[in-house]
Design a protein around this ligand. Structure first.
Ligand code: FES
Ligand code: FES
Length: 157
């Protein structure tokens, strides 16, 4: 067992995890943050994407121990005071959520993209989300949602 101290969605967390436990299992099973999905478990689908110190990672192939001393943001951490984030709302408005299984990971990857590139081309949006697989939407609505959020954030600045 290993003791981990980290910040999850702006709150300090302290817990013991088994050696070899993955970050996605720690989030879902130990902390009850089931918004982060586990699809393939092998780093291929992006459903488990979270931010580790602001950088998007596939939490199914990260050890929980990596979180020790670091900050994790999950989909639950994006809403503020019960209000969805702009990207979450845009996904709904654009019909970019169907079954919803890919959506948390997709939104975390979009968050990472827009933090680092406030004015992405459609090609850059598609490339940034290429590690996130969606079996429902055909992707266009997702690209539209991210493009719209980028534009409104630029307008707001
Ligand atoms: S569940 Fe992590 S990449 Fe698929
Ligand atoms: S909305 Fe179903 S997998 Fe993307």
């Amino acid at each position: 067992m290993r003791k981990i101290n980290c910040i999850v969605n702006s709150k300090p967390v302290s817990l013991e995890v088994e050696d070899g436990r993955t970050l996605v299992d720690m989030l879902r099973q130990d902390l009850g943050l089931t918004g982060t999905k586990k699809g393939c478990g092998t780093g291929d689908c992006g459903a488990c994407t979270v931010l580790l110190d602001g950088v998007s990672v596939n939490s199914c192939i990260c050890l929980a121990a990596l979180a020790d001393g670091h900050e994790i943001t999950t989909i639950e951490g994006l809403q503020k005071d019960g209000k969805l984030s702009d990207i979450q709302q845009a996904f709904i408005d654009h019909g970019a959520v169907q079954c919803g299984f890919c959506s948390p990971g997709m939104i975390m990857s979009a968050e990472y993209l827009l933090e680092n590139n406030p004015d992405p081309s459609d090609e850059e949006i598609r490339r940034a989300l290429s590690g996130n697989l969606c079996r429902c939407t055909g992707y266009q609505q997702i690209v539209d949602a991210v493009r719209d959020v980028a534009a409104s954030r630029r307008q707001a600045d």
